[in-house]
Design a protein around this ligand. Structure first.
Ligand code: NOS
Length: 321
């Protein structure tokens, strides 16, 4: 069956919900993870690489290559917003795991992305779980990248709802708004899964207890690191559950029928107090003037989610591991 499995590259900044998505991916028979590329966001890029290697070693999948991504934004910005207050200073719940044995490959994330989409045109899906710098750099390096990539499924944006960095912006888009605007307007098959849907996908305390009671290797590992993610959510949102952002976005790549979608053009605000805001033009109005919105490619944006089904799939794939 190997031949028909969808090839997926996960661009990731692990991160507790990234760890969850990676484990779910490694236990998803429908797809094949052909590589991880790393980016800053929840942690700095160097630590993201270390965590990606560590997670693959925990899963005994160190055959999967890790390619290190950009350390700066697409405009070479070095003042990054790192969400260590969500995930712990090590990105994985402050557990002091020993360093991984393996190393990232010599190729950069951008070179790896371009090579893989060129090797398998139309067949590679990139699931982007952090700021979109690597993907935008790949588009800049290879103008054919949008045509060669099968799909870009990205966790990002907050469509018609408030963000999580501030009322306007979601963390991944805020991390590199210029890169995000390049990705949304590049012409590839882009599917955005934003906070408007991921905030409905909640792992409860009861689910966490079920994970703790299962013998699944991934479930056991996650229970060690989930504490800080739960405390953060309790503090920030007064919820007793956590949002499954990254696993939800990953599952949109595996089973699109878990979501419903709308289509339109998306642009990203790069200035002022709304920097990082994602704006969808639903194309219902034929605007008279030619503007920076005119003739941009159409992308898909998730609008509803079968949250119980997503949580169930996540739980099963973590427990049966
Ligand atoms: O409040 C927050 N600030 C910054 N990042 C966050 C917050 N909550 C979650 N995430 C992280 O950013 C992505 C979703 O926007 C997720 O990867 C999540 O781990």
């Amino acid at each position: 069956m190997g031949a028909e499995r969808k090839k997926i590259i996960i661009d990731t900044d692990p991160g507790i919900d990234d760890a969850m998505a990676i484990f779910v991916a490694l236990n998803s028979p429908e797809i094949e993870v052909i590589g991880l590329t790393t980016i800053y966001g929840n942690v700095y890029t160097t630590l993201a690489t270390r965590n990606a290697l560590h997670l693959l070693e925990v899963a005994e999948r160190d055959d999967i290559p890790v390619a290190e991504g950009s350390h700066v934004t697409i405009t070479k910005g070095t003042k990054l917003r790192i969400a260590d207050f969500v995930h712990g200073s090590d990105g994985l719940g402050n557990q002091n795991f020993s360093p991984p044995k393996g190393k990232a490959i010599d190729q950069s994330a951008v070179a790896f992305l371009v090579e893989k989409v060129s090797q398998f045109p139309g067949e590679v899906t990139v699931v982007a779980l952090g700021p979109l710098t690597n993907i935008a750099l790949a588009i800049e390096l290879d103008p054919e990248f949008p045509k060669k990539i099968g799909q870009i499924v990205l966790l990002g944006g907050s469509f018609f709802v408030n963000g999580n960095v501030n009322p306007a912006a979601e963390a991944n888009i805020f991390g590199d708004p210029e890169a995000a605007d390049i990705v949304f307007t590049c012409g590839a098959d882009v599917l955005a899964v934003g906070l408007n849907v991921t905030h409905q996908v909640i792992l409860t305390e009861t689910d966490r207890e079920k994970l703790a009671q299962s013998n699944g290797k991934f479930a056991q590992y996650l229970c060690k690191i989930l504490g800080i993610y739960f405390s953060y959510h309790h503090e920030a949102y007064e919820t007793r559950g956590v949002y499954l952002h990254d696993p939800a976005a990953f599952l949109a790549a595996v089973d699109p029928s878990l979501f419903t979608y709308t289509e339109g053009m998306v642009r990203v605000q790069t200035n002022g107090i709304t920097r990082g805001m994602t704006i969808l033009d639903n194309t219902k109005k034929r605007y008279g003037e030619i503007t920076e919105w005119s003739d941009k490619p159409i992308v898909k944006v998730a609008v509803t989610v079968d949250a119980p089904a997503v949580v169930k799939m996540v739980m099963e794939r973590l427990m049966n591991s």
